[in-house]
Structures are given as C-alpha cells and as structure tokens.
Design a binder for this molecule. Structure first.
Ligand SMILES: [Zn+2]
Length: 347
C-alpha cells in the first residue's frame, strides 16, 4: 500500500468507518508505535537499508503518516525505542516534531518518545542506553546513585523478597524533567524468539525496571511466552507506578495477574483478529481505567487491513473493537484510553 502524501485521503478514511457524526471531537492516543526510518514503509512496503536509496525520504513518509493520523483523530502518540539506535532516533524525531514549524505541530499532533532495549537486543546491554538517558534526563544522570543497584541485584534475587522495597525507596528528587522521553522500554522477555539468551533478557529487563524507578518514568513491557518470569521479576524488583503491558496478548488469567500487580494493559490490533478470543476476553475484564490502546505500527495491522503496514491512523479500529467488546461507545474508549495514557506517561 502507499504511504505517500497522494494517498492521504484513501488511507485516512480507515478511521472513518461506520459513520461518525461527532468524530471531529474524538481524539485518540496511540500509546505505542514505531515511526523511525526503518519502520516507515513506502509504496513497495520495503524495509531495510538496501532499499533506502529507492525510497522516499523518511521525513516525507513521516509527514504523510502524521497527517493521516491527524485526519483519523489520532492526535497523540508515543514513538518507542527498542535499542540505542532506535531510541536515539525516536528522541530526535520527537524533538523535531515538537518545533513550532513542524508538520506535526501544523496538524495538531503531539509526540513523545521512550528509550529502551527490546528483549531481542538484550545482549547489547542496557549501558548502551546510558548516553541517551544522560543527555535527555540530565538531572537524573545515569551516574547518580538513586536506584542504581536495582537491575543487577534484582536478577539474582528473583524469587526472593530481597529487593521488593526498591520502588518505595527511590528518592524524592526523581522528578522527570524531560518533555521528550516519557517512558523506559520496550523491555521485557521474549521466549518465543529467544534472539538474546534468556539470562541476558532477564538482566536487561530488571535493569530497565530500575531505570523506570530512578527516572520516575512509565515502564513499557514486551512479554511473549514468558508470563511467569515477567511477573516474578516484577515482584522481585517492585512494580513502577506506571507499568504498561504493551500489546497485551494474554487471556483473562494473565490479565488478572498483571492487573493485580498494578499494571495497565495496552491492547493492539491483535484484539481485532478473529482468532484472538482470549485477548478480547481479557479486554472485557480489564477495568476501563487500566486500559490503553496502541497500534505497535508498523506491526499488527488491525482487521480488515491485515497484510498491509500498520500506522497510528489505525488506532481507532482498535478502539472500536474494545468499545464493542465492552459494550461502551467509541467516544468513551477514546476519552478514557487517552486519559489513561496521559496519566501513565505523565502528560
Ligand atoms: Zn513495539
């Protein structure tokens, strides 16, 4: 599919299905997307650096993507980092878009970034994020003492209560001064792919929980086929005040376990998939004040657009499914999920 400016109207209409007389006032928050250069498709849907010379410049693709989001009522989004490179790019992108003369500002879209190390890349080591965090959160530089021992200690302490008080021990100086970086992650465990050794995944996850505590930022968790270890590590380290299980793909039982820990659940296009019965059951039992929505674009395109790249403009399709599952209006889902995202990210 095309993501060019010429296609604005066609793709923007994705969010306009079903007749929406009041849609002008409905605003959506995509709590998790990837808009960095490698993630934004063009006409060929091509990715990878070898194709880069044949692609439209990233700035062009980004401008078109943001315009379509605005047209669909998606006025806020968090661009998520997965390693040092994509975290840096997310920060730079958000900084550019925050300028008064940016395309985002022109169409009323606000963006924020997270800095994180995906479990796939855990082997790189969380210290690869130090320079970004040091630059973006200068008042709480990585060299400071607050919470610095959380990561490494927590891993060996999983299953014990040795570090269970970490969260409440963090100093009161930890006021996040950044208007760019609003979360740590995505981080967590992925035992489906095991791209990094599991001990490295656990260490990187625990270390990033420590960063979320230290900087008083939201924690964005990716977990796949690793519920028990994910929850054990959170119990051992303590659970940051604003912890989000991104792209929640569990059923009601996993939802209950996460909710009991105090986490919020962020639902993606998966909730629209025919086979995702359990995910919809989880959405059904998730209290509306603990529910976020996201695209995780360019991945997990919601029905009926599966097979084409995803983008923030499609978050209303996720919201519409949540509304149907919970028997509430789309407007309510938009309003509440936006409020929850703003609270989680301190906005
Ligand atoms: Zn993601």
């Amino acid at each position: 599919m095309s993501l060019t400016g010429a296609n604005l109207g066609a793709t923007g209409s994705d969010g306009h299905q079903g007749g929406r007389p009041n849609d002008a006032v409905v605003e959506w928050f995509d709590s998790h997307c990837h808009l960095q250069s490698d993630y934004l498709a063009d006409e060929e849907g091509a990715g990878g650096q070898e194709a880069e010379t044949h692609r439209e410049p990233h700035a062009t693709r980004l401008a078109a993507t943001i315009a379509r989001a605005s047209e669909a009522g998606v006025t806020r989004m968090v661009c998520v980092g997965t390693d040092a490179t994509t975290s840096r790019e997310a920060v730079d992108l958000v900084r550019r878009m925050a300028r008064a003369d940016s395309v985002a500002t022109a169409v009323g879209v606000q963006m924020w970034a997270t800095v994180g190390l995906h479990p796939h890349d855990a082997i790189n080591g969380v210290e690869t994020l130090d320079s970004i965090l040091g630059a973006e959160l200068p008042d709480l530089g990585v060299g400071s003492d607050a919470g610095s021992a959380v990561g490494s200690d927590a891993v060996s302490a999983v299953g014990s209560d040795a570090v269970s008080a970490v969260g409440s021990d963090v100093g009161s100086d930890a006021n996040n001064p950044s208007t760019i970086v609003v979360g740590i992650g995505e981080c967590g465990l992925d035992y489906h792919y095991d791209h990094s050794p599991r001990d490295a995944q656990r260490a990187a996850f625990a270390a990033q929980i420590g960063l979320a505590f230290r900087h008083r930022l939201a924690l964005v968790i990716h977990t796949r086929e690793a519920w028990d270890d994910t929850i054990d590590i959170l119990v051992a380290t303590g659970v940051p005040e604003h912890t989000i299980i991104h792209c929640f793909t569990g059923g009601p039982e996993e939802a209950r376990r996460c909710l009991d820990l105090g986490a919020s659940l962020s639902f993606s296009g998966v909730v629209t998939f025919k086979t995702a019965v359990e995910v919809r059951e989880a959405a059904q039992i998730c209290p509306i004040d603990r529910l976020l929505i996201e695209t995780d674009s360019p991945f997990l395109t919601p029905a009926p657009h599966r097979g084409s790249p995803n983008e923030p403009a499609r978050v209303p399709l996720v919201g519409a499914t949540i509304a149907a599952v919970k028997g509430v209006s789309r407007e309510l889902v938009a309003e509440v999920s936006t409020r929850n995202a703003r609270a989680s990210f301190g906005l």
